[in-house]
Design a protein around this ligand. Structure first.
Ligand code: ATP
Ligand code: MG
Length: 401
């Protein structure tokens, strides 16, 4: 992340802090690496999808550690470990930091990337599902993400899903010879992934595949209906996607994803869902939760470039020096100006006075203090006016406007 990108990222962080803070989310930071078991839980879909992208390593002490590939499991681990179930529920948390996945790097897909995320733990109220979605939509709007599309689905309970998985696997097995090798190999492990396949034969088979949404229990269907009603009520547009699958295995009930056409192949800007079984899997008591994560780089890509050149706010004072001027005067002047809250830069490039004034222009300095052997002159860059001034009065003169 180079300095030219920093201003937009700072703005995004400030926007996230404002929007999430206003909704009652409090910031949490989890470690960059954790015990591998936190991310690779048992066998099945989790191992199928997350583990293959993880950077795991032996720490030399016989422990397997993993660079965090995602934020939800660490936040839930912290919830359990720090007894957050004793706080008023739900506990609303947000985070912003870097995550790591073994990916083939390309535009919008990196091996180290940043995510902002939100988690609301301790309630299964559909209002919380809707709230997290609304907050994410609001963030994307504030950041200026263009052509965002919200897809919404529901996975039901683990039991519903298990029964459905059997039904889907049976469907796949019945037309096994039409499937891609990869999908065929994973019929038992994770038949849901077949919905994601690019393979034309597989896609044909999936057209007539049973849809999970048709097998939801009455409770789950009612929960989903309430989430949709709340979104309708606040005018958040969405499409129901009956084949939505996401890379992380722990989702239950609500599932959502935001994509932007601006992004081409790496179209996902953010996504999330409900994970009512995760905390229990991590050793806590059964606790519902819902949340999302959005990629910082993807959001900025989807927001497009901003026209105005980023000047990082501009410089109040450049302290320029002519040859043979006392080094201490210039140094002290810059230090005093900064202490008074001004943004002040000291010339150290060894440039001629002409070069220094050109530099002042380039960095957008409002004033230049020219320190000479016999005194100081203060130049106003906008008007070009220049006057002699006692060194001790420079800071007050610049602060005064
Ligand atoms: P994709 O389908 O693009 O691989 P994902 O389903 O793996 O995304 P999530 O695990 O849901 O993504 O992560 C949430 C968000 O984090 C994504 O929507 C995306 O904006 C961002 N993201 C995920 N992986 C990367 C990556 N390798 N580089 C940059 N951003 C990423
Ligand atoms: Mg991915």
């Amino acid at each position: 992340v180079l300095p030219d990108d920093a201003a937009r990222r700072d703005d995004l962080e400030a926007t996230a802090r404002r929007i999430l803070g206003a909704a009652g989310y409090r910031r949490i930071e989890t470690p960059i690496f954790e015990a591998t078991e936190l991310f690779a839980r048992g066998v099945g879909e989790a191992t199928d999808i997350v583990q293959k992208e993880m950077y795991s390593f032996d720490d030399g002490g016989g422990r397997s550690l993993t660079l965090r590939p995602e934020g939800t499991a660490p936040v839930c681990r912290a919830y359990v470990e720090h007894g957050m179930h004793k706080l008023p529920q739900p506990v609303r948390l947000w985070y912003l930091g870097s995550f790591f996945r073994r990916e083939r790097a390309q535009a919008g897909r990196y091996r180290q990337f940043w995510q902002v995320g939100a988690e609301a733990i301790g309630s299964d109220d559909p209002a919380l599902d809707a709230e997290t979605i609304v907050v994410l939509v609001e963030l994307l709007e504030a950041v200026g993400v263009r052509s965002a599309r919200l897809r919404l689905g529901s996975l039901g309970s683990p039991e519903t899903r298990a029964a459905y998985r059997e039904r889907l696997a049976a469907h796949l097995r019945s037309r096994e010879d039409e499937l891609s090798d990869e999908v065929r190999r994973r019929i038992e492990l994770n038949p849901l992934r077949a919905f994601d396949a690019d393979h034309p034969g597989t896609q044909r088979v999936m057209e007539t595949a049973p849809r999970l949404i048709d097998f939801l229990t009455a409770d789950d269907a009612e929960h989903f209906a309430q989430v949709r009603a709340l979104l309708d009520d606040v005018g958040v547009a969405y499409e129901i996607d009956t084949s939505l699958v996401r890379g992380l295995d722990y989702y239950t009930r609500t599932l959502f994803e935001l994509t932007s056409e601006e992004l081409g192949a790496q179209s996902g800007v953010g996504g999330g869902g409900r994970y009512d079984g995760l905390i229990e899997q991590l050793g806590g008591s059964p606790t519902p939760g819902v949340g999302w994560a959005a990629g910082i780089e993807r959001m900025l890509l989807a927001a497009g470039s901003v026209d105005e050149e980023s000047t990082d706010g501009g410089v109040d004072l450049l302290v320029a020096r002519v040859p043979d001027s006392p080094a201490t005067t210039a140094f002290r002047l810059a230090a005093d100006a900064r202490r008074a809250g001004l943004r002040a830069e000291l010339e150290t490039g060894g440039r001629s006075l002409k070069g220094q004034l050109k530099h002042a222009d380039r960095i957008g300095a409002r004033r230049v203090a020219i320190v000479g052997p016999d005194g100081v002159a203060l130049k106003d860059m906008a008007s070009g006016e220049q006057r002699e001034i006692p060194a001790a009065d420079v800071v007050a003169a610049v602060s005064g406007g």
